[in-house]
Each structure stands twice: as C-alpha cells, then as structure tokens.
Design a protein. Structure first.
Length: 302
C-alpha cells in the first residue's frame, strides 16, 4: 500500500495543501480562499487535495503544517515556520534560487538562501498591511475592480501616481481622493503596484540582492506586481509553476523527510535556524498589524 505525506500552509487569507507520494512526486495541490485564517478554507483545500490524489486521510502517514495558523491544526505531526518552508519549497522548484520573495496576505518576506539550500538571512514586514496581499484586496475594493483583474488594468496606465500612505486604511482614503480628482483606475493601480514594489525592494536590500530571485505566494500571479518588482530590482524574477503552493510543498518535503527518516543532517541544520525563527516570529506576530505605525522589518542572520 502506497504511503503519502502532506504539507499544509495555513495562511492568513488562503489555505494551501500539497500531497506527495513516497517517491516525492506531487499527487495533489489545492488552494482555498475562505476568509481570514479560516478553518473552512483548510477543510476545503484538504478535501480537494485528497480527492485529487484519490485517497483518504488514513493513507497520509506524516503531516507538517506551516503558515500563520500552523499551530491551529491538530492533524499536523509537527509545525515549521513559513520562512523555512518557503525556502525549502522554492529550492525544490528552482534549485539555483538564492533569494525568495513571498508577498503573503498578512506579511511580506524576503529570504536569502545559501548554497546548501538553507535559510541564511531573512527580512519580514508584518506590522502593517502595506505591501501585502491584504493591501491589494483593500485597494481593489476601493476602485471597484476584481482582484484578479487589477494587475492587467494597472499595466494599461501610461503614467503613475504616488501612493504614499504606509497604512492600508490611509492608502484607501488616498485612492478615493485620487478617484475624486478624476484620476483613472489604471493610473491609480499602477501607483499601488509601484508602491508595493518599492516596499519589497527595501526588504531585499536588507538581506542582500542575489540572483536568481524566485517569487512565491499568491501575489506572484499578479502580472503588475511582478512587472514593477522587476523594474525596481532591475532583474528578471523567476515565477515557478506552483508558486502559490511553495510553502505547502516545503512542508510536504519535510514530512517526506520524516517518513523516510533520512536527510537527518540537513534537518538538524534547519532546526537550528528554526529555533531562532520561532522566537523572532513569536515577537512579530504577537500583535496584529498596527495601521498607523511605521513598519519595522524583522531581519535575521543565521
């Protein structure tokens, strides 16, 4: 009977599940968006993934969870931070990657990876929604545009305005004022995406820009976000197939390590980093994003 492992990325806005067989092949990958840190989202993604794999939960021998709500999952055998899991998943997708950019729903992360594929340094901004997927959601509503359409519309702009507010709430007010002035939606959205790019470039600078740079997470599917980031970084980003589920893939690969009970040396190195990451993330995620505060990126060196 074939054994399977599962990685669950319980994010702040979406749940992602990846199932691997014992040979490390991806047999299922699912994404569900059911609201903020939603149990329903995890259940939907889990059900869909099991259906894709044509198995039931009894066939899954190891489960590793990651993401904002990783500790909420009783199904998980252990939890690993999203920093480590996104690095592991990105390296599996793009072995030559040296920097990973992950713009999530609640935070933005830039991760430097060493030649052994391990996290060497990271910078993170989760004290404000500015520059995150939530930022995009709020401003998409403000201009009355579907989230999936805002990237293409932004690229239609022939000029751009500055979106200066660091807070999503204040930026929404700024966007409404620009609409009242007669600015087009495309011009405003170009400014929104350029603002996100500029904030992300600041995080890249803190870990050190090294090519190749891989972008993971849901915002990697936004063509304007990628375009403005590439312009700001003056480089071409690698957007792998499965970018949105890279964290879940990384978690599943750690679960596969546990199933095989090999790769122990690498896992010890990962766990040495993990202990530091857990302390840093506990400090930064203890309070919700403060919209009025200037974001203070967390910087980590291995």
């Amino acid at each position: 009977m074939t054994s399977y492992v599962m990685g669950i990325d319980f994010g702040s806005t979406t749940a992602k599940v990846v199932i691997l067989d014992a040979d490390g092949n991806v047999v299922a990958s699912s994404v569900s968006h059911k609201g903020a840190v939603s149990d329903d989202g995890v259940k939907a993604a889990l059900k869909d993934a099991l259906t894709q794999a044509a198995i039931d939960l009894t066939s899954v021998k190891k489960v590793v969870s990651t993401g904002y709500g990783r500790r909420m999952l009783d199904i998980a055998d252990r939890t690993i931070t999203e920093i480590t899991c996104h690095a592991r998943g990105a390296i599996a997708l793009v072995p030559e990657a040296r920097v990973v950019i992950d713009i999530g729903g609640q935070d933005s992360k830039v991760i430097a990876i060493d030649t052994n594929g391990l996290v060497s340094r990271f910078a993170m901004n989760d004290r404000c929604a500015a520059g995150t997927g939530k930022f995009l959601e709020v401003l998409a509503r403000a201009v009355n545009v579907e989230l999936d359409h805002m990237g293409a519309l932004a690229l239609e702009a022939t000029e751009s305005v500055e979106i200066t507010s660091m807070c999503a709430t204040f930026a929404e007010t700024e966007v409404i004022s620009l609409l009242a002035e007669g600015r087009s939606k495309s011009v405003i959205l170009a400014g929104v995406h350029r603002s996100i790019a500029n904030r992300t470039v600041g995080l890249v600078g803190r870990v050190g820009k090294r090519d190749p740079i891989v972008m993971t997470g849901g915002v990697a599917q936004n063509i304007a976000a990628v375009h403005y980031l590439e312009k700001a970084l003056q480089t071409t980003l690698i957007i792998p197939a499965g970018a949105q589920t890279a964290g879940a893939l990384g978690a599943a690969l750690f679960a596969l390590d546990d199933l095989r009970n090999d790769g122990a040396s690498k896992r010890k190195e990962d766990q040495a980093v993990e202990s530091k990451l857990e302390m840093l993330l506990a400090d930064t995620q203890r309070c919700a994003p403060a919209c009025g505060a200037k974001p203070a990126p967390v910087v980590f060196k291995a």
